[in-house]
Write a protein that binds this ligand. Structure first.
Ligand code: MN
Ligand code: MN
Length: 466
């Protein structure tokens, strides 16, 4: 063996050289990661929307012994409670041994993903094709959403309050839906346009029917046939779309990717890939010192707006209710609390290397990623975790042998993004972003590495118990 030189010695002692995870990891730990991800894939397929993710979280939480939180009731250390916000967000708490006055531990992920929502008056017929008009939700590259199989999820609420749930296009034998695109033979004009404008938003119309109602003359017979079928199957009329939240999402299921099955391809990794590990961390953490709270929130993709988004007071109210239960001032709880804002970062993609700065990018298989700040340009629109809090978190991860890395979202001035971190920080809580690197983020089929998913779970779990 070659003798270690002085330079080798200094290099080892002084320089920061994160190791590649899968090569450095033991076989049994990789096996645990793979097993964890089998259940994660089921979650992805069962929870494609915020409502479905909330329902799935309730189901799994109740199996794990969680009960609905009742304001005014006193819960003691080790007890497990949850509160659902309007069917679209959920907070799960494991009561700690210490008073909440000493702070709580928060892991917060979001369960909404980019998709195509229906407009309030969506159904029309054009040249004997029935279509639904959509309004896209979140940041999408519109061309990616044409000519892929789509499934219909969501609810229509009738005037009498009855709720009709839709989940069509997921089961074997279900019909699916799609947005058409021009064939290349006639697409020369389209091909000249910049990618961002080649498919206008108003072209994202979903094909839902082509057969006319029989034995009649008149207009809109295909649309009428669709309405007849919807009425027969669901008891709705056209105006019921006015009180609906219908989301069209990719119909594809989560699958292993690669000859080595090291990755998972799926719709909605952003941010279920953090939501599921954060949920599992709450479900498996028993008797923590500090009260551990996982929040799965809605509306992150459009700025955390509205009463199910994290800019609203709903999480604060929950923490205040926990404080009241122990006769503590709610603001004292917040000021003493710590948060991991559990959201994804963009994994380095060698095909698009120009957009990334290699030394400060995150990579597939190098573990859970800490993002000190997000934002755009001169750190605009972000919280920035303190050096003190960064030190505390990296020490914890090292102490627990969790594979982790740092990451910025691309090169300076190339673009930017944001998470819920700044809204939690605004409540006087120490917060940093921590999550899983994703390739093709916001695409209909995103890619993550299984090792990173498992490391996210371990990180949230150890944070809760620390
Ligand atoms: Mn996200
Ligand atoms: Mn996102």
């Amino acid at each position: 063996m070659k003798e270690q030189t002085y330079a080798d010695k200094l290099r080892e002692e002084l320089t920061y050289n994160p190791k590649h995870g899968s090569a450095a990891m033991k076989e049994d730990e990789i096996k645990r990661a793979d097993e964890f991800c089998e259940d994660y894939k089921d979650f992805l397929d069962n929870a494609k929307t915020e409502r479905e993710a909330t329902a799935e979280a309730v189901k799994l939480a109740e199996i794990a012994g969680f009960v609905p939180f009742e304001k005014g009731k006193v819960y003691t250390a080790g007890q497990k409670v949850y509160r659902v916000n309007r069917g679209k967000a959920i907070m799960l708490a494991v009561i700690g041994k210490k008073s909440v006055k000493e702070g709580v531990r928060l892991a917060i992920a979001h369960i909404d993903s980019p998709r195509l929502d229906l407009k309030p008056n969506p159904l029309f017929e054009s040249d004997e094709l029935a279509m639904l008009k959509t309004h896209y939700y979140g940041g999408i590259k519109k061309y990616q959403w044409t000519t892929i199989p789509l499934a219909m999820h969501g609810v229509i609420v009738l005037k009498n309050g009855e709720k009709i749930e839709f989940r069509l296009g997921e089961e074997e034998g279900d019909p699916q839906f799609c947005i058409t695109d021009i064939l290349p033979h006639l697409g020369a004009e389209q091909a000249k346009k910049p990618l961002g404008t080649a498919i206008p938003g108003e072209n994202l119309n979903i094909l839902v029917g082509s057969r006319a109602i029989e034995g009649d003359k008149g207009t809109d017979l295909v649309k009428l046939n669709v309405l007849r079928l919807l009425n027969e199957q669901y008891g709705i009329v056209e105006s019921d779309f006015l009180s609906a939240e219908i989301e069209f999402v990719p119909a594809a299921k989560a699958r292993d990717v690669g000859f080595d099955r090291s990755m998972i391809g799926s719709y909605g990794h952003d941010d279920r890939v953090c939501a599921y590990p954060a949920l599992m961390a709450a479900l498996t953490c028993n008797n923590p010192d500090y009260t551990a709270i996982t929040v799965l929130t809605d509306k992150e993709e459009i700025g955390s707006e509205g009463n199910t988004g994290l800019q609203s007071a709903y999480m604060k109210y929950f923490i205040y209710d926990l404080a009241d239960m122990q006769s503590v001032d709610g603001r004292d709880v917040l000021s003493a609390s710590e948060c991991l804002s559990a959201d994804v970062n963009a994994a380095y993609d060698p095909i698009y290397a120009d957009a990334y700065e290699k030394r400060n990018s995150c990579y597939l298989n190098k573990g859970v990623c800490i993002t000190k700040y997000t934002g755009a340009r001169g750190k605009s629109g972000t919280s920035d975790a303190s050096a003190e809090y960064m030190a505390r978190i990296r020490a914890l991860l090292d102490r627990k042998n969790i594979l982790w890395q740092i990451g910025e979202l691309g090169k300076v001035d190339v673009g930017g993004g944001g998470t819920v971190a700044k809204f939690v920080s605004n409540l006087d809580v120490d917060t940093v972003d921590m999550g899983v690197p994703v390739l093709s983020m916001h695409a209909p089929w995103e890619i993550v590495a299984k090792i990173d998913v498992y490391m996210a779970y371990r990180a949230f779990y150890e944070f809760f118990l620390d």
